[in-house]
Design a protein around this ligand. Structure first.
Ligand SMILES: Nc1ncnc2c1ncn2[C@@H]1O[C@H](COP(=O)(O)OP(=O)(O)OP(=O)(O)O)[C@@H](O)[C@H]1O
Ligand SMILES: [Mg+2]
Length: 173
């Protein structure tokens, strides 16, 4: 399954890296989701304006974030609040690598949450809690974040679900 998703992301499609603004990415996602979400869903932004640029593939990062935010919209149904939050984290270790600066992007929703017995599995391909879901959204998002040397995490209880994207800042040496 992991291989399938890797192939769907395309080994021949090379990532296009450049200096990207996290907030431009978040604003793009906000615009796209705002246009398609029901009117009862409010999106709040809480940005740290001091976050430096990130070396990455802007389109893929938009895709990753979009997959997470769309899940939040689907979990909320007709009404609820989604908060997009950005912060800088100093001296943060991802895997075995210690980074001076890491961007921390939280997507928070006040929906029903993910049942504890499903939380372990949601990042696997083909795992879906929705009848019309393909179960690929989070798997693809995780793949993209990993390609950027980052990490995606989830903490969920009824009334508050937080997906966190941790992305190292600065060009790799
Ligand atoms: N914010 C959330 N609140 C509640 N459940 C969630 C949330 N995000 C994800 N989930 C659960 O995790 C499952 C897997 O999500 P994922 O995006 O991988 O697949 P999907 O949304 O079912 O299908 P696809 O994204 O491919 O259309 C969802 O079906 C849903 O049950
Ligand atoms: Mg999804």
């Amino acid at each position: 399954m992991r291989n399938l998703v890797d192939r769907m992301l395309g080994p021949n499609q090379l990532p296009i890296h450049s200096d990207v603004s996290i907030h431009e990415i978040m604003e793009r996602v906000c615009g796209l989701v705002g246009a398609e979400a029901p009117p009862g869903i409010r999106i709040e932004r809480d940005y740290d304006p001091s976050i430096p640029l990130l070396w990455g593939d802007a389109d893929r990062l938009i895709q990753a974030m979009l997959n997470v935010v769309r899940n939040a919209v689907q979990a909320l149904g007709q009404r609820g609040v989604i908060t997009l939050r950005s912060r800088v984290q100093r001296q943060y270790t991802i895997g075995a690598k210690r980074h001076k600066l890491v961007a921390r992007l939280d997507i928070v929703d006040d929906g029903p949450g993910i049942p504890p017995d499903q939380q372990e599995q949601i990042f696997y391909p083909m795992i879906s809690g929705r009848p019309d879901g393909t179960g690929l959204g989070l798997s693809i998002a995780q793949n993209i974040v990993n390609q950027h040397g980052g990490l995606i995490e989830c903490a969920s209880r009824p009334g508050e679900t937080v997906f966190t994207l941790l992305l190292p800042l600065g060009k790799p040496e």
